[in-house]
Write a protein that binds this ligand. Structure first.
Ligand code: MOS
Length: 729
């Protein structure tokens, strides 16, 4: 189905099950250890253990590799190097989402932590031991690891041309009030708790890969290209994912080399990436240098909006497009928004929760705060004054499908007690703590993806949902169950949801905040189809039939739903491909973040005291799981503001703090009780669910609210993230 017109009567609008606060249906499996994460599947019997040896240099060539001691070590079954692998070409050293993505290609090394050998042994310990007996001599070549050194060589990334509207330079020059500020954000790691892991098993020419991945159909297609196999000969299973945050959009050496070795050995191979390789072999969020120039008239109407992002990546990578939200967020007739991508030889860049906005707003929303100060204007008011209900580049012809930024700011201000903020920094003190409040807008574009699902009414009247959609901890199992229950007039407990298996209909997967809205829409159409089949079987008019309480009603005729499958299960499939509404309207989720922090006057330490996020993201399909997404996003936003930073060892080009002890993310002691407020919103141009993305909205802007609160508390403006105590003092 193409979604291009708002549905007439829509069973979802009843909100009997959808939009209700159901606890996650797979929760008991998770807390009792029965949910199978990638390394835990028992089906592949007798799996041998793989161990990926990462490169010890960033760029160069393997001159000599000696695996003889490794091959002779106890328990070793196989050692793979580039001498022994079947492929010949490498299109890009960056793991590509659904492209040819081999490992151990040739003697070239492109980044520290790239796979240079793969050892398979009877046990993990034996494989690890043997891997360290491999002797390698490298020839190194000069490499660049520091963005500031190469930023001026950057080029516009393909597919992201400069955005030029009006006369930015003239308007900026002549404006009475302006800021020209440069913010920097470091390399960051998604740092999922569950490591990337795969178990590969072959049956003849058919591969089954149990793995931890957000995008079942991307891995399947990528492996089919890598191994030159038909997609139908590859089955991907990814039922539970212990955190992805973008790093599991792609697949890595654990998947590819396990499959290769399992074929060679005729035996399943299981590989779990060791923690340091999660930081140096998989993707990370690339660093940025962002120059933001904003100019306004004396009333605070923006006249010129400029945002230049400098970023870097390996050849073939995208870097971090941190300027993009600035194209859409605020009004202003003269605009210049650009990204410059340079070549860097760090481990591969990739998506991390809200790629673009998450760090773009760290600059833009602080620059707005700085401009408000120049204007002697409340920063909340500055944002409200520059609200716009259409695409600021394309004009009123391209309106927002819905946009409640102002409402989010106003309602948040009321709830948070914004009026108590002292406009002059450094004025509120409790003992040794300086207290401040900050605000930022939240913005994340609403992406959609094609998505399909199958529904089956089982004998007995229970319903089964099957789709390739994944649940990365977000609540997909639950919201899909809710949508199916609502559509068929059942209770949530009457629905079984099966996810993360390429045997099921192809689905959106989880990424870019598109998962919930896209996958439930595919399911919606599958349920519509099933409703039609059942209505017709009962001799009812499908357009007026109602499904409620396990019964099917047409006027005053009523039949038990279970009767439809009394002779055997009946099933239906549906999918969504989206239509012109996604072109005609700009779609985004909006919100506002409020932060209260204390900055210690002696140590410079910052403590979060309160956070409030207001989210306007269409229908909230489940307020429990959606709130949980916001809490996670807010926590990650605090991490981005105060702690998170991959430290580059610029001698060798690796991230030196490559574990969860040294890569600091917030812990419970860092996070007080957080508050989330959802605005009532139904976006009937977004989907039949009238929902929009919410999974990443929570991180978008929260770090800037924290930074602005720190400035309000202390009078110290830091433009180099993370805002650690040494920079405050
Ligand atoms: Mo998201 S960073 O697209 O998982």
């Amino acid at each position: 189905m193409k979604f291009d017109t708002p549905a007439g009567t829509n069973p979802i609008d009843q909100e009997k099950v959808v939009a209700q606060p159901h606890a996650r249906i797979e929760g008991p499996l998770k807390v009792t250890g029965q949910a199978t994460y990638a390394a835990e599947y028992r089906e592949p019997r007798n799996a041998a253990h793989g161990y990926v040896l990462g490169s010890g240099i960033a760029r160069g060539k393997i001159k000599h590799i000696d695996v003889s001691r490794a091959e002779a070590a106890p328990g070793v079954l196989l050692v793979l190097t580039h001498h022994k692998t079947p492929w010949t070409n490498l299109e890009s050293p960056v793991p590509q989402q659904y492209e040819h993505s081999p490992h151990l290609v040739n003697e070239e090394v492109n980044y520290y932590g790239e796979a240079v050998a793969f050892v398979v042994a009877e046990t993990f310990e034996q494989a690890r031991h043997a891997a360290h007996l491999i002797e390698i001599e490298y020839d190194t070549i000069d490499a660049d690891f520091v963005l500031a050194d190469v930023m001026n060589e950057g080029k516009a990334p393909p597919g992201n041309p400069d955005s030029v509207v009006g006369d930015f330079d003239g308007a900026f020059r002549d404006a009475p009030v302006k800021v020209d500020v440069t913010y920097t954000t470091p390399d960051q790691s998604q740092s999922p708790m569950e490591p990337h892991a795969s178990i590969a098993e072959w049956q003849g020419e058919q591969l089954t890969l149990y793995t931890s991945n957000q995008m079942v159909h991307w891995v399947r297609r990528g492996l089919s290209k890598t191994f030159h196999m038909a997609q139908q000969d590859i089955r991907i299973v990814s039922r539970y994912v212990g955190g992805g945050f973008g790093s599991k959009l792609n697949f890595y050496a654990d998947a590819v080399l396990s499959a290769l070795a399992a074929k060679e050995l005729g035996r399943p191979v299981k590989t779990v990436l060791q923690r340091p390789l999660i930081y140096n072999h998989t993707t990370h969020r690339p660093a940025t240098i962002q120059r933001v120039r904003l100019a306004a008239d004396r009333e605070g109407h923006l006249l010129a909006v400029g945002h230049d992002t400098f970023t870097g990546d390996l050849p073939g990578g995208d870097g971090e497009n941190a300027s993009d939200q600035t194209k859409l967020l605020y009004a202003g007739p003269n605009r210049l928004i650009r990204t410059r991508l340079s070549e860097l030889h760090l481990p591969p860049g990739g998506s991390m929760r809200a790629p673009g906005e998450a760090v773009g707003l760290l600059a833009l929303e602080c620059a707005m705060d700085e401009l408000a100060e120049q204007l002697h204007l409340d920063p909340l008011e500055l944002r409200i004054r520059n609200d716009i209900q259409h695409d600021p580049e394309k004009g009123p012809k391209r309106p927002y499908s819905s946009r409640k930024l102002v409402k989010a700011l106003r309602e948040g201000a009321e709830r948070f007690g914004w009026s108590t903020r002292h406009p002059t920094p450094g004025q509120v003190r409790e003992g040794e703590w300086l207290i401040g409040l900050g605000v930022a807008s939240a913005f994340r574009k609403n992406l959609v993806q094609p998505s399909g699902a199958k529904v089956r009414l089982e004998k007995g009247g229970k319903l089964t949902v099957e789709t390739q959609m994944t649940d990365i901890g977000t609540g997909s199992y639950t919201i899909l169950g809710q949508v199916a229950a609502e559509m068929l007039g059942l209770r949530l407990e009457d629905v079984t949801v099966k996810l993360g298996d390429s045997d099921f209909p192809k689905a959106s997967g989880s990424g870019g905040s598109f998962g919930a809205n896209s996958s439930t829409t595919g399911l919606y159409y599958a349920c519509e189809e099933l409703r039609k089949i059942i209505s017709e079987a009962f001799g009812y008019d499908p357009n007026t039939t109602e499904f409620k309480n396990g019964e099917v009603w047409s006027g005053n005729h009523c039949t038990l739903l279970a009767k439809a499958s009394s002779k055997g299960a009946i099933e239906a499939e549906g999918n969504v491909t989206w239509g012109e509404l996604t072109e005609k309207f700009v779609q985004a989720s909006f919100g506002a973040h409020f932060a209260e922090v204390g900055v210690n006057a002696y140590t410079g330490e910052t403590r979060i005291r309160r956070l409030l996020s207001v989210a306007s993201a269409g229908r909230i399909l489940n307020p429990v799981t959606a709130r949980s997404q916001c809490l996670g996003g807010m926590t990650m936003g605090v991490g981005a503001a105060l702690m998170e930073e991959l430290h580059v060892d610029d001698r060798y080009g690796l991230f030196i703090n490559h574990d969860l002890a040294e890569y600091h993310v917030p812990v419970h002691a860092d996070i007080p009780a957080l508050d989330v407020l959802f605005l009532d919103e139904l976006d009937d141009k977004s989907s039949p669910l009238k929902a929009k993305g919410v999974g990443e909205l929570g991180i978008c802007g929260v770090g800037a609210a924290v930074a602005n609160a720190m400035y309000n508390a202390s009078g110290v403006r830091i433009r180099d993230y993370p805002l650690t105590l040494d920079k405050v003092l």
